[in-house]
Unconditional design. Structure first.
Length: 336
């Protein structure tokens, strides 16, 4: 296959950045068609890139002659379009979360099992960040002994509405739930979410910051701070305390600024700049693997496992208790 022909459904904020990177930056693929419920906006995006616009994702999958599909709609519609792609036998990249509930993710897993091959990749892009990749390599060698504790932070200057007490886990810390499971190479055993003193910058009723505490099956203990109204910056941290060393997620290189009697480094305003390289690597690797007829990245099973842990963390938050994380047995299709 010379060039992978892609159809994208959901021409919102992230959908447009993916069209831009695939058509104007990466190699080996082109988005040739798009669809969105907002027909006017979809047409504008299609005209901007000289691609075809369709009224529905299903019509695009059926008629546009695409080899693969990208789903970047709002979360509630991921399942519908991922299922349509699987039924058409097409590889599909779905932004995170694979679906809003573990049950919906399980239905996708079952559809893939029925198809008899992996077709789905989930957009957990942190796995492609060079810093997280270095951290994983360092942990895997066991040169520094066993990892024992992880201290992580996920901080935003502000968040866009709608945002409520559930969003810290379900929208934000789902990234940690996936990337830390991948870093450590093991599943979770328990989840807990605690509220502390809230910032005056949070709207009424919003608990911010929140702390999520996870334990893995081997007993590694993880704390993640979610502080989404910090008013300052986007800041992602991950410190891995091992038996023989402390390993820290490297910060991306940014320019040094000398101003106002301070020497310092510029900080990221949000995820679009912090993880731009991760998105580029994620999509280039997905294009290459899809053309070779493989799924190398986060699987539908990973999407399911993430939602199982997120559901446990959400229940833990609502009840202010520690909740077990209980997964179904992993099917052979996903064992590497
Ligand atoms: P957005 O609201 O800007 O775009 C969503 C688009 O989906 C809109 O254009 C909307 O009209 C369209 N849409 C809604 N229902 C539809 C339906 N039934 N059929 C077709 N189109 C439909 O949202 P945004 O920020 O682009 O997020 C999209 C997805 O990407 C979400 O699932 C979000 O969680 C994920 N995301 C992932 C990020 C990451 O770091 N990996 C970062 C930002 C978003």
């Amino acid at each position: 296959m010379s060039e992978l022909k892609i159809g994208l459904v959901g021409t919102g904020a992230i959908g447009r950045t993916h069209i831009e990177r695939i058509n104007n930056k990466l190699a080996g693929a082109k988005v040739i068609a798009c669809a969105d419920v907002n027909a006017d906006f979809c047409k504008k995006v299609a005209d901007q890139y000289g691609i075809a616009a369709y009224a529905t994702g299903e019509e695009m999958i059926e008629k546009a002659g695409v080899d693969a599909v990208i789903v970047t709609t709002s979360d509630a519609y991921h399942e519908q379009y991922v299922m349509a792609a699987i039924q058409a036998g097409k590889y599909v990249f779905c932004e995170k979360p694979l679906a809003p509930s573990a049950e919906a993710c399980k239905r996708i897993v079952e559809a893939e099992l029925a198809a008899g091959k992996q077709l789905v990749q989930v957009g957990f892009m942190r796995r492609y960040d060079p810093g997280y990749r270095q951290l994983k390599e360092a942990i895997q060698t066991r040169k520094y002994g066993e990892p024992l504790l992880l201290h992580c932070a996920h901080r935003n200057a502000s968040v866009t509405e709608p945002w409520d007490n559930a969003s810290a886990v379900e929208n934000s810390m789902v990234h940690e739930i996936d990337v830390l499971r991948w870093l450590l190479g093991e599943d979770y055993a328990t989840a807990e979410v605690r509220y502390g003193k809230s910032t005056r910058k949070a709207k009424e009723g919003l608990h911010d910051p929140q702390i999520m505490i996870l334990t893995t099956k081997s007993g590694v203990r993880i704390d993640v701070e979610s502080f989404v109204c910090n008013g300052q910056c986007y800041d992602i941290r991950c410190e891995v305390v091992c038996e023989d060393a402390i390993l820290n997620l490297p910060k991306p290189a940014t320019i040094e600024v000398l101003a106002d009697t301070v020497r310092g480094n510029a900080v990221d305003a949000d995820w679009t700049t912090r993880f731009v390289e991760a998105y580029n690597v994620e999509f280039q690797e997905w294009i290459n693997a899809t053309k070779a007829g493989r799924v190398d990245g986060p699987s539908a099973w990973d999407g399911y496992a993430c939602q199982v842990a997120a559901a446990a963390a959400s229940k833990a938050r609502e009840t202010q208790t520690i909740q077990p994380v209980t997964y179904d047995e992993m099917p052979a299709l996903y064992k590497k």
